[in-house]
Design a protein around this ligand. Structure first.
Ligand SMILES: [Ca+2]
Ligand SMILES: [Ca+2]
Length: 181
């Protein structure tokens, strides 16, 4: 696994930032290995940005299909003092799927829906991505977030294929709220 942290969130700031790089990251990006090859929705990359208004998470899969039997959970850690995620965005990966943001109960969703602005979008074709945008209001405006993503594919009912990024129940580096997004 290769992990890369950009110190520069906004390209327009890049020149100035060369001499005064911020001490924190506002952007996280990692590639994920082809380690769930039994599933078309093997996670291949995870990116996250924490802007002034929203948290954006983008997951890229090997091959996203409209009839996918897989689902994705985007776990969000907004309180490092409390073990595990505080929120989870759960979605199918098929055309017309529902998605929901709830408070987390351990590494699961719950019935406690969070009522706030967020949206999710699937892109088929060459992009093969699932993208979610969550208002920072939903998350109680945290200074920093960490993300972890789980894919579970039920295509073969006898044995679901699971893939995590960056690793099972492991977090991205902390991402501080920044400009843009
Ligand atoms: Ca993978
Ligand atoms: Ca936590």
């Amino acid at each position: 696994m290769r992990t890369r942290i950009s110190l520069i969130a906004v390209p327009a700031l890049a020149l100035g930032a060369l001499t005064a790089a911020p001490a924190h990251a506002e952007y996280y990006s990692t590639s994920d290995p082809a380690d769930a090859s039994a599933s078309l929705t093997d996670i291949r990359a995870l990116r996250a940005k924490h802007g002034a208004a929203n948290v954006l998470v983008k997951v890229r899969f090997r091959d996203l299909t409209r009839s996918s039997a897989a689902a994705v959970s985007v776990f969000l850690d907004t309180d490092r003092g409390t073990k595990g995620p505080e929120y989870v965005l759960s979605s199918g990966l098929n055309d017309g799927t529902d998605y929901v943001l709830t408070e987390a109960r351990g590494w699961r969703g719950s019935d406690e829906r969070v009522d706030c602005p967020y949206d999710a979008r699937l892109r088929w074709g060459a992009k093969n991505t699932f993208r979610v945008r969550i208002s920072r209001e939903c998350l109680d405006k945290p200074d920093s977030v960490r993300v972890s993503v789980k894919m579970i594919d039920q295509a073969d009912g006898s044995h679901p294929v699971v893939d995590w990024s960056p690793e099972r129940r492991r977090w991205s580096l902390p991402i501080e709220s920044g400009l843009g997004v």
